[in-house]
Ligand binder design. Structure first.
Ligand code: CTP
Ligand code: MG
Length: 230
């Protein structure tokens, strides 16, 4: 069941605007990153975590994660300019540090309240034979495609749509192949895998795995998610 998890946490958090990297923003006294890494380890199926920190914040991130008391299982590296750069760097670091890796998870620090059960579901699906796995939720809103002037072109059938979360899980071979594409910027890792032609399996995600992006999301985390997690 053992997997290695890569945690891209090198973003600046501009949309949140907290004046610090988003991963270090505290919710009820504990950072998003600390909560995200704790959730991965609590799943019982993650043996090692590599965190990509802002390049000027590696020590800050190591200090932030110290309360976990898991220094042997958690390794911090300097991330890159784009999320894909951070994941690529973390993947290389994980492969250099841990031998015999077969399953790799990629999990955004910003999805700090992802239940450990979602982590287990993703790892199990990879280890049952899926080369790439994404946790998803149905889309509640009606979705319309619009042109640049705002005119609606058509209504998309939402029954066929899913909103995608993390952790996303991969066999190490497939994730390496996907990341061999140079200079590609994707909003998720499975998107890179799709482009190299491998199938991606969707499994159930969880509302608590929402990505904390804005001050509104942070308010939800403070009032709803942190009390539920304690
Ligand atoms: N991330 C990263 N390296 C980057 C950019 C983003 O590791 N160069 C990480 C973020 O830290 C976050 C995840 O990728 O955990 C998803 O990115 P996002 O939610 O967009 O976070 P930020 O880039 O920090 O936020 P913003 O886009 O508002 O600046
Ligand atoms: Mg970003």
């Amino acid at each position: 069941m053992n997997a290695v998890a890569l945690v891209p946490a090198a973003g600046r958090g501009r949309r949140l605007g907290a004046g610090m990297p988003k991963a270090l923003v505290p919710v009820a006294g504990e950072s998003l990153l600390l909560r995200a890494v704790r959730g991965l380890l609590a799943s019982g199926c993650v043996q090692h975590v590599v965190v990509a920190a802002p390049d000027d914040g590696v020590t800050l991130v190591e200090d932030d994660l110290a309360p976990l008391g898991a220094a042997d299982a958690v390794h911090v590296v300097a991330g890159g300019a784009e999320r894909t750069d951070s994941v690529r760097i973390a993947l290389e670091a994980a492969l250099a540090r841990v031998s015999g890796v077969t399953t790799v998870l990629v999990h955004d620090a910003a999805r700090a309240f992802t239940p450990p059960s979602v982590v287990r579901t993703v790892v199990e699906a990879v280890q049952r034979g899926a080369p790439a796995v994404v946790p998803v939720l149905p889309v509640a809103d009606t979705v319309k495609q619009v042109d640049v002037d705002g005119a609606v072109e058509h209504t998309v059938d939402r029954n066929a749509l899913r909103a995608v979360q993390t952790p996303q899980g991969f066999t190490v071979t497939v994730l390496r192949e996907a990341y061999e594409i140079d200079g590609d910027i994707a909003t998720d890792d499975a998107g890179l895998v799709e482009r190299v032609g491998h199938p991606v399996l969707a499994v159930p995600g969880h509302p608590h795995a929402l990505k904390i992006t804005t001050a509104f999301d942070l308010a939800i985390a403070e009032r709803v998610l942190a009390p539920a997690a304690s």
